[in-house]
Each structure stands twice: as structure tokens, then as C-alpha cells.
Design a protein. Sequence first.
Length: 121
Amino acid sequence: MEKLKLVEQTQVREVPSFKPGDTVNVHYRVREGEKERIQQYEGVVINMRGSGANKTFTVRKISSNVGVERIFPLYSPFISQVDIKKRGKVRRAKLFYLRALRGKAARIKEKARAVSAKAKA
């Protein structure tokens, strides 16, 4: 069992901290024959599951009035970077209820940013 944990630790790398409800832009490497390009996938994180090297997250976006979800392995070598666009204010760990909502009802409020004491003065 210790050998398995050692192998998992070699796969884990630094990624930005994000949670369900956050809007992220995932830069994913796509191989098409001999060529490789980076495809961007922007949407709301609705689910995070697993632990260690097996951790995955699900991103949902609306494309041509159709909801599209994609599951990404968090520590995949095909993910070049993850940009956090907005921090969402949610009270659940799994946001599957967004599947039933449309339009403005499917929006997530943005988390208020902390204002430092120096900015107030």
C-alpha cells in the first residue's frame, strides 16, 4: 500500500485552489493526429470527487442552449492550466440542481471580496 501512495504522490502537482460554484477556464491539450493544440473549456464547477491523484472535477457550460458537462482529472498531464474567473457563493458541495435550471435562474452569485483595512481608509 505504501508503494501505491508513493506513485500517487509523484503524479500530484500544484494546481490553483477552487471549489464547486467557481467559474473556471480549463486549458486542455488536445492531440489531433501529429498536432497538439490547447482547447479552452469555460464553465461552472458543479462537482469535485475523489482524493489524491484520483481527484476529478466536473465543469458545466451552456453551448447553443444545451447544457454540456465534462469531467476532468485534476492532475492530468493534458491540463496545461486552470484559470479561476469568478468565485461562486454556494452552500452545497454538489451543484446538480443547476441541471434543472435555465437562464438567469442558473446563475450563481459571486462571493464578496474581503476588503482590507487599508482600502477602507
